[in-house]
Design a binder for this molecule. Structure first.
Ligand code: SF4
Length: 351
């Protein structure tokens, strides 16, 4: 066991803080014992807060139209090969009906920034879901909007909002996005969402082109300021129809270590073991839970559209029906000694 690695882990656990140098050390130091020590420390914290329960969110990818052109994304506006679709309101409501029947208590409505879905349509949809499923939470993940739009969604009953900040470093942001988008605007959206009262999720991909450990440290500083309720991280996986098609995939190992670091920094945060992690490594989601994650987001979208919502190549679980997905995850979670939670799975401060 490397003493410095152990000391950093212990200090991180005791103080919920980490320096730039220590972060780089923990993310890149080689040695099996050390990583296990970190994972175990994070798992202990996670078990103390969440009692070995894993929260499930039913993901409904309701539109793959997007007005933006993020360089890493398979459904970017510039990808002429994407087979575009929008689910109808009836189809979305039907996904929720199926979802609640098989035990989901959270629906995540995710899509590109699609102007077809006006604020009124989103408000109407949220209200209908909440009327039909009053004990369920609704999460929106539909990108950057004005403050007043977010407020309308919240007043309609939406509980949570996911908006990955992608990178807190403005220069790095400009390497991942066209000039029409700015990291400052994205951060403003996150603070707006928080001020309105949403449970807010930010996040990054690990191993995006040009990313350094310094950037990840800046992400942590930003998160310490924002104090998000959720943090979504997964490895970068290239998509064949994007400018980053030839870039290398992000590291699963660094992703797992970062999950642990985040669990120790933010003991109560909701931390998904992402589908990207499960795509990069067939046991990635289980490893994520064992490294301190506590959320999984199986797909509730109709099977006939799943192959069309490809943000990256090789995405898993595009063929299974929702019920199969949910049973598969239940088995996976139980196999590693955890269980699926029955409630909505709110952030502990919102319970
Ligand atoms: S990452 Fe989001 S905003 Fe960017 S192109 Fe993809 S769907 Fe659109």
């Amino acid at each position: 066991m490397d003493n410095r690695f152990k000391d950093i882990t212990d200090r991180l656990k005791d103080t919920q803080n980490i320096s730039r140098e220590d972060l780089a050390y923990v993310l890149e130091f080689e040695g099996e014992d050390n990583r296990e020590y970190l994972f175990e420390a994070a798992r202990t914290v996670s078990e103390k807060v969440f009692h070995k329960e894993v929260y499930l969110r039913g993901l409904i990818e309701f539109t793959n139209y997007c007005r933006n052109n993020c360089y890493y994304c398979g459904i970017r506006a510039g990808n002429k090969n994407a087979d575009r679709y929008r689910l109808t309101e009836e189809e979305i409501l039907s996904c929720c009906d199926i979802g609640e029947k098989i035990g989901f208590k959270t629906f995540v409505l995710q899509g590109g920034e699609d102007p077809h879905f006006t604020d009124d349509m989103i408000v109407d949809l949220v209200k209908k879901i909440k009327e039909k499923h009053p004990s369920c939470a609704v999460t929106l993940s539909i990108g950057e909007k004005p403050h007043e739009s977010y407020k309308k969604y919240f007043d309609a009953g939406a509980d949570r909002y996911l908006l990955r900040h992608e990178t807190a470093n403005e220069e790095h942001y400009s390497m991942l996005h066209p000039a029409s988008m700015s990291g400052a605007e994205r951060k403003k959206c996150l603070f707006d969402l928080k001020e309105i009262g949403f449970q807010v999720g930010c996040g990054i991909m690990v191993g995006t082109p040009h990313q350094t450990f310094d950037h990840i440290y800046e992400d942590i500083v930003f998160m310490q300021e924002l104090q998000p309720h959720m943090i979504g991280i997964g490895p970068f996986i290239p998509h064949k129809d994007t400018p980053f098609k030839d870039e290398p995939e992000g590291s699963v190992e660094v992703t797992l270590r970062l999950l642990s670091v985040l669990r120790l920094l933010f003991p109560k945060v909701l931390l998904p073991a992402t589908t990207a992690l499960g795509t990069a490594d067939s046991l990635g989601r289980e490893k994520g839970i064992l490294a301190g994650a506590n959320v999984m987001m199986p797909n509730l979208s109709p099977v006939n559209v799943r192959e069309k919502y490809l943000l990256y190549d090789g995405k898993i679980c595009t063929g299974e029906e929702a019920a199969e997905c949910s049973m598969c995850l239940k088995r996976r979670v139980e196999k590693i000694g955890f269980r699926i939670a029955e409630g909505r799975g709110d952030h502990p401060d919102f319970v």
